[in-house]
Structures are given as structure tokens and as C-alpha cells.
Design a protein around this ligand. Sequence first.
Ligand SMILES: [Cu+2]
Length: 362
Amino acid sequence: MTTIYIIAAIVLIVAILVVIFRLQVLSAVLKGRYEKRVGIGNDINGLLFVIVFVVGVGAFWYSYQQASAFFLPAASSEHGVRTDQLFWVTMAILVAAFLVTNALLYVFPYFYKYKEDRKAYFYPDNHRLEMIWTIIPAVVMAGLVVFGYKEWTAITSPAPKGAEVIEIMGKQFAWQVRYPGKDGVLGNYNYRNIDAVNEFGIDMNDSASYDDFIPRELHLPKGKPVLLNIRARDVIHSVFLPHFRVKMDAVPGMPTHFWFVPTKSTADMRDETGNAKFNYELACTEVCGRGHYAMRFVVVVDEPADYEKWKASQETFASLNRDYAAEKAPKLVGLLPAKVAAPEAPADSTAAPADTTAVAAH
Ligand SMILES: [Cu+2]
């Protein structure tokens, strides 16, 4: 309560001082003793406007120069190159408009500051000027919207036939990816099937599930369309592949997707960046909880032949969890590949590689 009284008292005192000052000025005007004095402050203020503009533009350019070291390298996907172009064209137009309008805004107070022998010119309207500054921005904006819309429809169009289908699931706090295996079809899933073993909730009663595999890295083929089927298990996450300019939310209960064509392999990027340890990465770009920062997943882009080799080398979820698969779907247990015996260390390293057909004949 005392605070309110103190504030009220301060406000009243200030108001009284203002009124006294105003009365003094008015009485001076009435007595004809009032002189308008324009001090040096008028010139200084005018000059300060110009200085703020020049220093501001300089600082703006300097910060751009400094920050450009941290910009992403050129896009590693087909659509990424086009969206980058769109971005830079928009940026160039905006910067040009910014410089012109702000130059006028800051230079006018300098040139048209108060001068005793000058009277302000009353300039109510000018239809031609208003047409110019309405129509030009409208046409430019409409052009940008049309190009952007065209690009957006291309990006969000259905994936071409034969695209590699990969499922990405976000959970607190990791990404998991699932490949469809040899049949090219991802097995069904159901959230009710999720448990400690089956993090995806894969339906083991769907025969398409039996060759699905869940690797620890996301591998993509260079030069081939890739379709990501995206979902989340708990909260909203967001798939972000910055080098490919791919960003799409992962929403629980609402599968999303994104297709694109990677154009540079990991090896290409290591050459391009001169960094032998370069790796593409998948990050989460939705603040999804405490462990959000830890949702990094390594992405590898292979030459198509290496990609096929890598796929062939992956063990399926079902064969890694044989007992689980057998328990969940006893009828389909025949789909499990035969148990592979642990390879014996060759007694003689110079021996010819084992002839697999001969082994099978025993
Ligand atoms: Cu997340």
C-alpha cells in the first residue's frame, strides 16, 4: 500500500512541475518575451540520424560477414538447391527494399531539420506516388509467392514410384529408423505392440515385417529419391536434415512424410569441406523435452552400389529377436531365416574361402 502512495506522490509532483513549466512558457508568450531558441542540438540530432544509418548498415554487413563462416554448405539435395535460390533471391529483394526505405528514413531528418527561414511544405497526397509504392511491392510479393508456391508443391508432391521408403520415428529422446528389407514393404505397426523389445510397435503377424531392419545409422542412396515416413511416439518432434534442407514435424497419431533426392555422398562432402570426419546428421528441431539436445542421429549417403551392399549386410529385427517373433506370431515363425551358426575362425588363414555350396551339401 505504501508503494502505491509513493508512486502516486511522484506522479503528482511530476505533473505539478510540468504545469508550472508550461505556465511559465505561456505567460512569456503572452508578455511577448518568448523566444524560440534553436541550439546546436538541432544539428547534432540531424547528424546523429545519418550516423546511426551508416554505422547500422556497416554493422549489419560486418555481422553478415562474420556469421557467413557458420552458414551451411551448398545444399546436398535437388530441391535444396532450388529452395536456397529462392531464399537468396528473396533476401536480395528484401535487403534492397530495406536499404532504400531506411536511407530515406534516416537521411530526411538530416536534410529537412528545422531551419528558421524555412516553412514546412504541406503535401497531403500524391496519387501517382501511392500507386507506385503499392503496385511495385504487390507485383514483387506476388512473384515471390508464386515461385515459392510452385517449389512447395514440387516438394510436397507424392514421391516418385520406386523411391526408397524409410520410416523415421521420434521418441523422447532418440530417433529410430526402419527399412522395409528385401520386399520393399514396411510391415504394419500398432502402438499397442510397443514394449521394451519392440520400440516401433511392429506387427509380427504381418509377413511384411519379417525382413524389416532397424539400423543405428540412417543410410541413403546418392541420386535416388528417398521417401521418409515420419511419425512420433510420444510428443511432437521434428525431422531436420539441414544439409538436405529437409524439415518436417513428427507428430504422434498423424504420420507425415518428405521425399527428396540426395546428391552428394558422405565421401563427396568430406572432399568438399576438407573435413575427413564430416558426417551428415539428423537432428530434432522441436523442443521436445529435457533430452532434446541429444537427438542426433548419424546420416550416411552412399553410392548406390555401396548402399545396396550395406542393406544386404543388415540383420532383420525378427532374426535379432527370434524368440520374441516366435512368441508374438507362432504361425509365421517359418518366415524366420534359418539360424546362422557363428562363423568359426579359420584355422589356416591361407586356406581358400569356404565354398558355401559345398557346406550346404553336407
Ligand atoms: Cu525431439
